[in-house]
Design a protein around this ligand. Structure first.
Ligand SMILES: [Zn+2]
Length: 50
């Protein structure tokens, strides 16, 4: 289903669950549950592939 969240892409990283994995941080979006990643000098973004 198409939600406003999906349309606008404002994802919210679950910082409490973030973990270090293979050179970047990994967690899930609190709203939609999709996997998010962040490189040390970057910003949180939805993982495009595993
Ligand atoms: Zn999301």
């Amino acid at each position: 289903m198409m939600s406003l969240h999906a349309l606008f892409g404002r994802h919210s990283a679950d910082l409490k669950a973030s973990r270090w994995d293979n050179g970047r941080f990994v967690t899930d979006c609190l709203i939609c549950g999709r996997e998010m990643i962040k490189h040390p000098a970057g910003t949180w973004q939805i993982a495009t592939r595993r």
